[in-house]
Design a protein around this ligand. Structure first.
Ligand SMILES: Nc1ncnc2c1ncn2[C@@H]1O[C@H](COP(=O)(O)OP(=O)(O)OP(=O)(O)O)[C@@H](O)[C@H]1O
Ligand SMILES: Nc1ncnc2c1ncn2[C@@H]1O[C@H](COP(=O)(O)OP(=O)(O)OP(=O)(O)O)[C@@H](O)[C@H]1O
Ligand SMILES: [Mg+2]
Ligand SMILES: [Mg+2]
Lengths: 228, 228
């Protein structure tokens, strides 16, 4: 489903150049759960943003099924993200003036669903992440881990074929985190969703089929997890 | 240094009442490192906010040395926070239009230090959290874990006697997280700083002298860590 070739993303800071991605070659098959790990600042969020069409390469190519994202026009990236990708942001990016269920329902609104359809789907998803009784709270009325779970539920709302999760359990206790990871794993196995998950938690990474290790904007190694 | 008595914090949501803190009795001695753990939504951030004078109790008392924060006038809370507390927020709360060093230097500006003094102190602190080469980046030009480390450095800038850290390693890889925890531990042991740290990471909690377990707005148990 995903293929990057010699992918680079460079930032110009005055006279200095920051090589956030310094040549990434990566292939991810449809319906696999891949964990992306590495030191803070090694380029994980940048890689996720480029694969999700939120950022453009400086050079190299990034293919998601038959679409090359680097050359695609903006309109194509917008519809790609809206229809096919569910993104869980490292800083959540919830709408502060909207209630939890409205935040979750946002992708469905963009997809043109009716209000009752959206409300029902949003409440079901909030239930699945343990927030059934928080549907009407706004982000400032939620704990950090609750906000994170709203962001997770939102990413699943539109039944995406590709989920890009940037540290989805960073603010969750071990039990709540495990529930989220089992939910994500189930989506991969039962609905053939492709999941690329950045994490600093090696226990979370152990739920994946493969673990990609990054350092200084490059892939250092890839582990395949054998399950008996 | 810290004593809470029958501390409650209640939120009114239409007809429902959320008991974020449901009667908390806690004592923390000066110069100790206390970890606060518990499920997502159990009241940890709320407790930290009340102890730091960022939020008022609904009932009960919270004493930090000789100041009872529930009854103190706003002006006293402002000077308390400015002069004595370093706060690391769960969502960082950096100023987006300011560079990393300016964000770190903000408490020193509020304390009236000169610009060169502020710049030097800020750069030294950024060095200590591994961001010496990122001093001029703005938050949007930093990774999640780098933003978290800027928030940590800022909390230390004014040599606070009390540090309140809300999940300070949640976005850090294990090596960077360990460096931060050792730095915090050193401040407690060498400078008699009092540190109350919320965390979901039991490895991070193991750096503390005591671990306070919360559930549903109450303290469930307190573990004391014996070090040989
Ligand atoms: N302004 C508010 N209005 C209503 N409820 C609130 C408000 N702020 C917090 N809450 C509720 O209070 C409870 C405690 O929140 P708190 O942020 O202290 O949890 P926490 O232990 O820090 O959780 P986490 O580990 O997820 O960060 C949560 O259930 C939350 O939904
Ligand atoms: N807009 C920008 N301008 C300059 N440098 C940037 C910009 N955005 C990111 N960077 C730099 O690119 C590098 C990679 O950032 P990225 O956010 O991908 O790291 P990460 O692996 O997600 O880190 P973390 O684990 O801390 O979230 C970092 O060193 C960061 O400082
Ligand atoms: Mg990141
Ligand atoms: Mg919290």
């Amino acid at each position: 489903l995903i293929r990057t070739t010699k992918l680079q993303r460079t930032y110009q800071m005055g006279k200095n150049t920051v090589q956030a991605l310094a040549g990434v070659d990566l292939e991810i098959e449809r319906g696999t759960f891949v964990a992306l790990v590495g030191p803070s600042g090694s380029g994980k969020s940048t890689l996720l943003n480029v694969i999700g069409g939120l950022d453009r390469p400086s050079s190299g190519e990034v293919w998601v099924s038959d679409l090359e994202l680097g050359q695609a026009p903006d309109k194509k990236l917008v519809s790609f993200r809206r229809d096919r990708v569910g993104f869980i942001f490292q800083s959540f990016n919830l709408l502060p003036t909207n209630q939890a269920w409205e935040n979750v329902a946002l992708p469905l609104m963009l997809a043109g669903r009716s209000r009752s359809e959206r409300r029902q789907r949003a409440e079901s998803l909030l239930e699945q992440v343990g927030l059934g009784d928080r549907a009407d709270h706004r982000p400032a009325e939620l704990s950090g881990g609750q906000q994170q779970r709203v962001a997770i539920a939102r990413a699943l709302a539109n039944d995406p074929v590709l989920i890009l999760a940037d540290e989805p359990t960073g603010n969750l206790d071990s039990r709540t985190g495990r529930d989220v990871l089992l939910l994500l794993q189930r989506l991969v196995r039962e609905q053939n969703v492709t999941l690329l998950m950045v994490t600093h938690d090696m226990n979370a990474a152990s739920y994946a089929d493969r673990i990609v290790h990054m350092r200084d904007g490059k892939i250092e190694q890839i582990e395949t997890i054998e399950r008996t």
